[in-house]
Every structure is written in C-alpha cells, then in structure tokens.
Ligand binder design. Structure first.
Ligand SMILES: NC(=O)c1ccc[n+]([C@@H]2O[C@H](COP(=O)([O-])OP(=O)(O)OC[C@H]3O[C@@H](n4cnc5c(N)ncnc54)[C@H](OP(=O)(O)O)[C@@H]3O)[C@@H](O)[C@H]2O)c1
Length: 345
C-alpha cells in the first residue's frame, strides 16, 4: 500500500524524515482488531511533533504517520477511527487515562495509508451527513476541542471563552463548536486575515496576540503555549480557568504563579477524548449542522505540501489527505464532492 511514514527524526528540519512510498499492508496485532480502508485522513500538529522526535523514540521508526481517519470497515460500513489505543478499565473508565495508552502513529502504524489496523472498539459510525474529509477531522482536533469545552472548562453556555491562536485545527474547532453551543467566543491570531476568518466562522470578536480585551473572560483555551501564556493568565477573571491541550510555540513560559494563586485561577490539562465522546461529537455535528473547517484537501501523495503548510503556520483549519482508489478522479474524489481539491500554494 502507499503510505506516508516518519523514517527518521530531525528536530530542526522535520520534512527531512518524511518518506512517501510503498509499505507492507498492515497485519492485525491481535484478536479484536480490524482493518479499515482509509478514504480520508487529516493532518495534526502531532504528525509534525513525531518527525521532530517529540513523544516518540527512534527505535519505533519507521512508522506510518496520521492519527485521524474516516473510511470503510471490512463489511463496507462508513466509520470514523478513534485514535486512542487504550483500555478504559485501566484508566478508571476513560481510555485516555490508561497509563499505557497510545495514539495511532505512536506505537501502531497510523492512518496516512490505504489501510490501517485498529481495535474494533475504536470504530465509530460515520453520520451520512458528514463527508469522509469532514469526518476525518473529528478524531483528534475536534475531539480535543469537544472535551476542552464540554468536559473540562466547567463553563456554561453564554460564558465568554478566549481561544488563542485562531488559525489552528484545534482552535477553529473550538470556535465552531463553541459558537454552536452558545458560548461567546473571542479569539486571537497573529494574522489579520485569520482574525477576519475567525469572526466569519462565528467568533464574536478577534484580537491580535496580547491585546487588552474589553473585559476579562471566564475561560481561556490554550494550545499555543509559551507565546500566549502570560496573556492567557492576565485575561482571566478571578476564579477563571485555563484549559490547555497544546504548546505549539514552546512549553516553558514563565509560570505566572503569583497571579495564578492570587486570582485563584485553575489550570486544567486536556488530552483527546473517549470513544463515546467521539460518537457524541459526531452526533453534535449532525444535530447542529456544524461542519469541520477544512483549509484544503490534498491527495495523499501530496502530503509533503500539507506538512510544509502546517510547519509554516500557513493554514486556517484542517488539512485533509484524500486516499484515491484506482480510477478515482483526483480533482473530484469520491466523498469529497462538497469540497474540491485545492492546489497546493
Ligand atoms: N492534547 C491533545 O490531545 C492535543 C490534541 C490536538 C492538538 N494538540 C496540540 O495542540 C497544538 C495545536 O494543534 P493543531 O493540530 O491545532 O496545530 P495547527 O493546526 O498547526 O495550529 C497551530 C496553532 O498555533 C498558533 N501558533 C503557532 N506558533 C505560534 C506563535 N509563535 N505565536 C502564536 N501562535 C502560534 C497558530 O495560530 P495563528 O496562526 O492563528 O496565530 C495556530 O493556531 C499542538 O501543539 C498539538 O500538539 C494536543
């Protein structure tokens, strides 16, 4: 099968370890696993971290990249692949808390391939209303945003939520899910164009990074890390909460401890979500009409262009990789009709 793999780690030049080419079809690691024919997969910053050697050691390479996929199971059912490989019992009912849990592409080969092997329990029915590219956006960025908003934030609809770094996959997910659920969403971005897009998506207002806000907010959603941390702490009302799931710009900012205890803030970590939360997220999209924000859809063999755009921060929303079958029209792949392939910039 054709696949996109991490062949070696390069901290400074992640694209140097990216290899596109033929790989053996996956073998099922055990009973209860199934093979999924991938129709679409989506890129996450996790794939860039893997190429930089964050969260993986060199002895695991080569490994097929990709956490997210939507495709067909062995019986032809349309499915979404939950990326967390873990035992809910070992995590007190939550597989993300299993100390031995991994994401696809960490211990087991990932989704940037024609086929991927996953535990059967990780397959969630794909709502017919979502295209394969839309469904392929849900398992990491949208699931993470869903848990941050509806599980970890403690904020009720109507509360004001600040989303740092509006252009990213998780950030755009926070904006559209938060808007649909009735939060007042404020966003920051380094780019004026992305700030305008954020407002078009449903953010109430958008600001440059570090801007003084009209008033302090109830919750901050943090995925940028070092570059925005001090602003996140300063922007909260007394007793407010930061929910953090990422640190794209660095993970060692000044901790701002005095402000945190003096204004009695809460800092809450959040990672991915359960299979059941993924199923509820899919239903949330079906019921509200919310659709993932897709920056572009590229054929799998153009994955390098997608990685380059993500590394450069040249994206707004999700980059989706479409897996074309023989005979498919590369300009109009099946299941992608709602969004034509965009040429790489
Ligand atoms: N814990 C989890 O389960 C989980 C799940 C998903 C993602 N994550 C993490 O969350 C982060 C975002 O992931 P993603 O897939 O959404 O990535 P992405 O699509 O590449 O987005 C990157 C974001 O970072 C912002 N950014 C980057 N460098 C910045 C800087 N120097 N200053 C300000 N903003 C900067 C960009 O905002 P603008 O360009 O708009 O300013 C953009 O929002 C990553 O670190 C990822 O590893 C964690």
């Amino acid at each position: 099968m054709f696949a996109v793999t991490a062949a070696r780690i390069d901290v400074d030049d992640p694209l140097a370890g990216l290899v596109l080419g033929e790989r053996p079809d996956p073998e099922l690691p055990g009973d209860g696993w199934a093979t999924v024919q991938v129709k679409a997969a989506s890129l996450n910053h996790h794939d860039v971290w893997t190429l930089r050697g964050v969260g993986i050691s060199a002895d695991r390479l080569p490994i097929v990249l990709g956490c997210d996929a939507a495709g067909l199971d062995g019986d032809g059912n349309e499915v979404i692949v939950h990326s967390v490989i873990g035992d809910p019992d070992a995590g007190g009912g939550d597989e993300t808390l299993d100390p031995r849990r991994s994401l696809l592409s960490e211990r087991y080969d990932g989704t940037f391939a024609g086929l991927v092997a996953v535990p059967r329990r990780n397959l969630v029915p794909k709502p017919a209303a979502l295209s394969f590219p839309e469904a392929a956006c849900l398992p990491t960025a949208y699931l993470t945003a869903y848990r941050m908003l509806f599980d970890k934030s403690g904020a009720e609809p109507g509360a004001t939520v600040l989303v740092q770094g509006a252009g990213g996959g998780v950030a755009t997910a926070l904006i559209v899910l938060g808007r649909a659920a009735g939060y007042r969403v404020w966003a920051t971005s380094r780019s004026e164009e992305k700030r305008e897009h954020a407002v078009e998506l449903g953010a109430d207002q958008a600001f440059p990074p570090g801007a003084r806000l009209p008033e302090r907010v109830d919750v901050v959603m943090e995925t940028v890390g070092q570059a925005t941390w001090a602003h996140s702490v300063r922007s909260l009302r007394p007793g407010g909460r930061i929910v953090i799931s990422g640190a794209t710009s660095g993970d060692a900012p000044s901790a701002e401890l005095t402000r945190i205890f003096f204004t009695q803030l809460t800092v809450t970590g959040s990672t991915m979500g359960t299979r059941d939360q993924l199923a509820r997220l899919a239903r949330f999209c079906e019921q509200t009409g919310v659709r993932p924000v897709i920056d572009r859809v590229l054929p799998l063999d153009q994955a390098r262009d997608g990685f380059a755009a993500m590394i450069a921060g040249d994206l707004f929303g999700k980059i989706v990789l479409a897996v074309l079958a023989r005979g498919d029209d590369p300009r109009n792949p099946p299941g992608c009709a709602s969004r034509p392939l965009r040429s790489p910039p």
